[in-house]
Write a protein that binds this ligand. Sequence first.
Ligand code: PRX
Length: 661
Amino acid sequence: MSAIESVLVENRVFPPQEAAVKAARISGMAAYEALCRQAEQDFQGFWAQQARDNVVWTRPFSRTLDESNAPFYKWFDDGELNASANCLDKHVGTPVENETAIVFEADDGTVTRVTYKELLARVGQFANALKAQGIRKGDRVIIYMPMTVEGVVAMQACARIGATHSVVFGGFSAKALNERIIDAGAVAVITANFQMRGGKELPLKAIVDDAIAMGGCTTLRTVLVYMRTPTACNMAAGRDKTFDEVLKGQSAECTPVSVGAEHPLFILYTSGSTGKPKGVQHSTGGYLLWAKLTMDWTFDIQPKDVFWCTADIGWITGHTYVAYGPLAAGATQVIFEGIPTWPDAGRFWQMIQKHKVTVFYTAPTAIRSLIKAAETDAKVHPRNWDLSSLRILGSVGEPINPEAWMWYHKNVGGERCPIVDTFWQTETGGHVITPLPGATPTVPGSCTLPLPGIMAAIVDETGKDLPNGAGGMLVIKRPWPSMIRTIWGDPERFKKSYFPEEMGGRTYLAGDGAVRSSDRGYFRITGRIDDVLNVSGHRLGTMEIESALVSKTDLVAEAAVVGRPDDLTGEAVCAFVVLKRPRPVGEEAKKIANELRNWVAKEIGPIAKPKDIRFGDNLPKTRSGKIMRRLLRSIAKGEAITQDTSTLENPAILEQLAEKN
Ligand code: PRX
């Protein structure tokens, strides 16, 4: 049964428990609907009120939304604020000040606690150190750090002085890092000597060195190195400095720099449908509002909660729900350095028990791998731990299949915790379609309904609304405060990628297919409709991987990459490759496939390694030379070809490509 059919027959509904409804901020569906109505009736008034209630402004705004240069929307643009002050300084003099902001659990299990007061001092001191290095408002700073308190401190310190950070996930290659340093025009890189994952010491600084050695980083002046482990790393004289060196003698007090609401808080690179990653630019005011508001709405965060989002700060989830949202909400959060399967696959459950986590937010791919582990080894089944502290569970990053949803509900949530299946993207800044824990009855595999003020719809290619039950393209018809502002350095690509002319140029096209259920109008995301893959919740462009493959010019003549469904990783990368030498078979094919996988890991990062590589004498092409990817998708899935192949130049190639090596 296809995903679309299954949503139409999915009839299990889980209303939130009465006590949860009573205690929640948005209590019951009527309260949710009232907020939606308010937003519809007075769109600007609604957002102005939210922005006044949830953000501390150093200069109040008088304009809520400026649409004069759509789709380059501006929100609260004559207002001023500082994001770090909204996460830290605002708690000074309140009871939150002495509460734990971060419970850090290192890879080896060592736990460190940091209060809000201490975090403010650490951020202040680091911000002063950045200033002493000549880093100023508007400068771009790359952060290539492991999951550590220091990673969050670095982000907050940039925000404090108005520098725009761009975090690069620690799993990306030197080449990917080099491209991002150049594209962002970064003046500094903040990194660590090593990162600890699964008991292993993995290099970070050495990769930074390689990235810089590749050339072109003309704007870069400084590399700041956090010594995560005692192992020495190469330090280039004059350029590289340790945290200890730059922090020495710096005061812990640093006045936050007030910036305009539209000042770019950060740039985060993500994959699109061309070979070049896009630098998604976010604002300060609208973004911060969303981080705070969704902590309240979606997670209904309360003073006694212990929040744990397992995402890395290298991804958008780690920005909004680790580095900013929990702090803006004054919550206590767990930050974990390691991996869910080390020392065994019970790590998450053990940590929930140990830290009495109440709100747990993770990705379907992690859930699926832990299900598999629990099925093969009863010792790591969640039933072995006391998970009774949990009250809300969250899911993010990819569609969650109903079986995984039910397992999460039963074995982790004890059939009592609502699951918020939050749909959003790097570009949306935070949740846009999600259940509310004290209001929305949940349905396995559905992200249910849009947040108040999010005008989501499903349309055809011309932008015409489709009825419930009909699959189409997911769009958001009105702007919202935390939306992407532009693609760094490429406003034309921003317009073309997200605001198609055929739809009037003002409707945000998410790039996902979706369908609404016939009964409740609930949304279910059916997957990307562009050339973007979602592998273990990581977003990868097929063209990016193709470019990486063909850049191995001594070996590869041509390559086409498609996705296929995978039980564990959601989607898997399949590459069809034509070599510059005769098509290899048997052991030789295996050897070359491995060589190509390692090449892709070096070019992009290990997450982009193709799972399947098939070799052909050619690729299926139309007479005009266009590669027929839909045929490749069928082959990758192992399906028989039923499509029309009459326009194909070389139909015999299909049989050859269907052979596995
Ligand atoms: O395809 C959708 C999927 O992840 C894409 C966004 O990826 P990224 O920008 O890396 O952000 C991931 C974290 C927000 C979307 O276009 N996606 C994300 N959340 C869900 C989802 N698909 C289905 N259900 C979700 N809850």
